[in-house]
Design a protein around this ligand. Structure first.
Ligand SMILES: [Zn+2]
Ligand SMILES: [Zn+2]
Length: 241
């Protein structure tokens, strides 16, 4: 039985290009990746092209940002994503990942990112492999963002609030961050929070196929129906943006 919240994609309108990727059931939608605008190794166009060849049909470029670089990064990612989407089969969505920003500053920086053109806002959650400041998860969940990435040892209260605020929780394909996928899944299930699976790619070797994504999700303990629902969440979110 599906315990997931997701809105039916059948009500959405697709343009011709989106229809093409929609038909491809094996296409990947990856809403969290990095380019040279933070610590990724590829410029955005090469990242998108390599993702396209790897079977990805929608990619969000979400470089790490704080107060020092957000005004520099966002307009450039917006510009290149427009060009990529016009010319390639892949659709590129401009985004940002607010990273190690003090919890008190997350809301204002999210508003800055949004007004600068970031269509998708990810917050770098309390992964167990980095000293992310406690309070980051709940600050993110209460801010106008889209995805709380690698939330680590998410609390019950955080999972509940994520569901109430329609913030997507991430199942991560990235080493280290993925260690708590099972925990995130169990609380998302309990409180009916919505999940998305992202690669958090920093280089071409991090890009994955839909089949690999299914294996990672199954490894966290997800059923086939739950995995399908999670992929639909990514589809819905990418269409909503
Ligand atoms: Zn992150
Ligand atoms: Zn990231």
């Amino acid at each position: 039985m599906l315990t997931w919240q997701f809105k039916s994609v059948t009500r959405l309108k697709y343009d011709e290009k989106d229809e093409a990727y929609h038909i491809r059931r094996d296409a990947v939608i990856d809403l969290h990746t990095h380019s040279i605008f933070s610590d990724g190794v590829l410029i955005p166009t090469e990242l998108a092209r390599r993702a396209e060849v790897a079977g990805c049909r929608v990619i969000a470029i979400t470089d790490h940002a704080d107060h020092s670089n957000i005004d520099f990064i966002v307009p450039r990612i917006v510009k290149v994503c427009k060009k990529i989407s016009e010319a390639f089969a892949i659709r590129a969505i401009p985004g940002i990942e607010l990273t190690h920003v003090h919890p008190d500053h997350i809301r204002d920086l999210a508003l800055t990112a949004r007004s600068s053109g970031a269509a998708i806002i990810v917050v770098h959650g309390e992964t167990i492999v980095e000293p992310v400041m406690p309070g980051t998860n709940i600050a993110a969940i209460n801010a106008p963002i889209d995805i709380l990435a690698h939330p680590g040892l998410l609390s019950e209260e955080e999972a509940k609030r994520a569901a109430e605020n329609s913030i997507y929780l991430e199942i991560s394909a990235r080493k280290g961050h993925s260690l708590t996928n099972g925990h995130v899944l169990s609380l998302a299930r309990k409180y009916k929070a919505s999940l998305v699976l992202n690669t958090d790619s920093h280089g071409p070797e991090d890009l994955i196929s839909r089949e690999r994504a299914r294996l990672i999700a199954a490894g966290a303990g997800m059923s086939g129906d739950e995995i399908d629902a999670m992929f639909k969440n990514s589809e819905y979110l990418s269409q909503r943006l």
